[in-house]
Design a protein around this ligand. Structure first.
Ligand SMILES: [Zn+2]
Length: 153
């Protein structure tokens, strides 16, 4: 069975003590606020209105659709409700940019193990984590010589 790329509506779910459909009437982009409230035991109000002209690119990170807030926080998002508001700093709402063909982006990573499934939008001018920080550095910029050791006198 294929493991699907996870989206907000499948990630931010009510606690087991509530019926599975308890948040069914909450728009998928807003469920993160319920989820964070539940886990942090504090009231968080989604922002009012939209930040005109502000947009964020969605990406696939370890098999989840995510978007990165300028504050450094990130959350799971969904192409079904492509909006973002940050539960940490209050940024938002902004429009999310998903690929035109979401299915093709998901299919492009489907052969990888879920934790290796990463994808970045080709138009994103500043793709977070791309290339991955654990990628080998450009060998042309690395010195191959061993640094000289100081010998104690
Ligand atoms: Zn933020």
């Amino acid at each position: 069975m294929q493991i699907p790329v996870e989206r907000a509506e499948a990630f931010y779910l009510p606690p087991p003590s509530e019926p599975a459909e308890a948040w069914a009437l909450v728009p998928p982009a807003e469920r993160v606020f319920r989820w964070v409230e539940l886990r942090q035991q504090r009231r968080i109000t989604p922002p009012d209105g939209f930040l005109i002209g502000q947009r964020l690119y969605a990406r696939i990170n370890h098999n989840r659709w995510v978007a990165d807030c300028p504050c450094g926080s990130a959350q799971v998002v969904t192409p079904v409700d492509p909006r973002f508001a940050c539960t940490e700093c209050g940024y938002g709402w902004v429009t999310l940019i998903f690929p035109v063909d979401v299915d093709a982006a998901e299919a492009s990573v489907a052969e990888e193990l879920p934790h290796l499934r990463n994808w970045w939008h080709s138009d994103d001018p500043d793709p977070w984590g791309h290339p991955p920080s654990d990628a080998p550095a450009d060998p042309a910029t690395e010195s191959t010589a061993e640094p000289a050791r100081e010998v104690p006198q």
